[in-house]
Ligand binder design. Structure first.
Ligand code: SF4
Length: 354
């Protein structure tokens, strides 16, 4: 079997940052100090279970966190009401919100203050959308599909802007944006695209490589928006796709008559799970791995200000610490160690495929 391995895949800068925030907190907290995380830190079952195993408690409401404790806000961001609840309980709140989500919050606040209405394209119940909407609930209406347009209440079509969830399918978002522009020709665009670089790059890598495969395997959890979008993109190109948490999710019947598989992973899926899937495929079917480098990613985020402040209070110098990035988690070295035949191919893509 030929395994095509998409680059980039897996952890983005926001996920590295959010996971490392919890890691570093566990490093600096005393043994009797509990760390709480509001919502799953990132949408991946393994990441969450591994932290649970190290004593982290995940909560779905601030009421569950004892007064005066430490709580981490997940990468998806929270609304101001959650921050206020944390303050009222005198919690030390460490904000692991991805800066690219914070950017959308800031846009929402800015336009709402000017008296504009905001149409937020996204999945109504996704934590990111709930958090962004909470910044200006009276000014923001969520739109999931063009079917929502007739029920929108618009006061002044000249003071109208759309924003988007960061992890949408670029294609679906374009359909929605086109429908909004048809309905409201004066609607404004966000200053820069809200769909983040990681989402865009992973989707474009699948779009470029999937046509060569007969099956696409996406490593990621069911509640990971960007992972689900990757399966949808492959399927929209006519290539069947499966989302698996890890190698145990592989079903041998999927591979009948299959010679070429594209493997990728969502932005919250650890690379060792991808290794597990490759190993399972090679053990069963033999073959080789061809890494396809479609985009080079060098984005990194720094430690959040709230964590730096906590470090200073504890006599630690935050400047001596950085977000730990294991970018090369080095799959090439791992393939060599496992004696799996492999090569890497640089892919150049046309602007229309980005
Ligand atoms: S997928 Fe994008 S918005 Fe979400 S954490 Fe990663 S970089 Fe940030």
């Amino acid at each position: 079997m030929k395994i095509l391995l998409a680059n980039p895949r897996g952890f983005c800068a926001g996920v590295y940052m959010a996971i490392d925030v919890v890691d570093q907190l566990l490093d600096i907290c005393d043994d009797d100090e509990k760390v709480f995380v509001f919502h799953e830190i990132v949408h991946n079952r393994h990441v969450v279970d591994r932290f649970r195993g190290r004593g982290v408690t995940f909560v779905e409401s601030i009421a569950e966190v004892p007064d005066n404790s430490i709580v981490v806000f997940s990468a998806h961001g929270v609304s101001p009401s959650v921050r206020a609840e944390a303050r009222a309980k005198n919690l030390t709140a460490i904000d692991a919100t991805c800066p690219l989500v914070t950017k959308v919050h800031a846009e929402a606040i800015r336009f709402a203050k000017r008296g504009w209405q905001i149409l937020l394209i996204g999945h109504r119940n996704h934590q990111e959308v709930v958090g962004t909407r909470g910044e200006a609930p009276d000014a923001i209406q969520v739109v999931e599909s063009p079917a929502d347009i007739p029920s929108l209440v618009i006061n002044d079509p000249h003071k109208l802007i759309y924003l988007t969830q960061t992890t949408l399918s670029v294609d679906d978002a374009n359909v929605m944006i086109h429908a909004l522009k048809q309905a409201f020709p004066h609607i404004h665009e966000p200053p820069t695209s809200d769909i983040c670089y990681a989402t865009t790059n992973r989707q474009s890598a699948v779009r470029v490589i999937a046509p060569e495969a007969q099956l696409v395997l996406v490593v990621g959890s069911q509640n990971s928006s960007n992972s689900v979008r990757l399966t949808e993109i492959a399927e929209s190109d006519g290539v069947p796709a499966r989302l698996v948490d890890d190698a145990t999710g592989l079903d041998p019947s999927w591979f009948d008559g299959i010679n070429t598989v594209l493997v990728t992973s969502g932005a919250s899926a650890p690379e060792d799970l991808v290794h597990g899937v490759i190993e399972a495929l090679i053990e069963r079917f033999g073959g080789d791995v061809e890494q396809r480098d479609v985009h080079d990613e060098r984005v990194e985020f720094g430690l959040p200000g709230t964590l730096r402040e906590l470090m200073r209070k504890r006599g630690l110098d935050p400047d001596s610490r950085r977000i730990r990035i294991d970018r090369e988690a080095d799959t090439t070295a791992w393939l060599e160690r496992k004696h799996i035949p492999n090569r890497t191919v640089q892919v150049s893509i046309r602007a229309s495929e980005k």
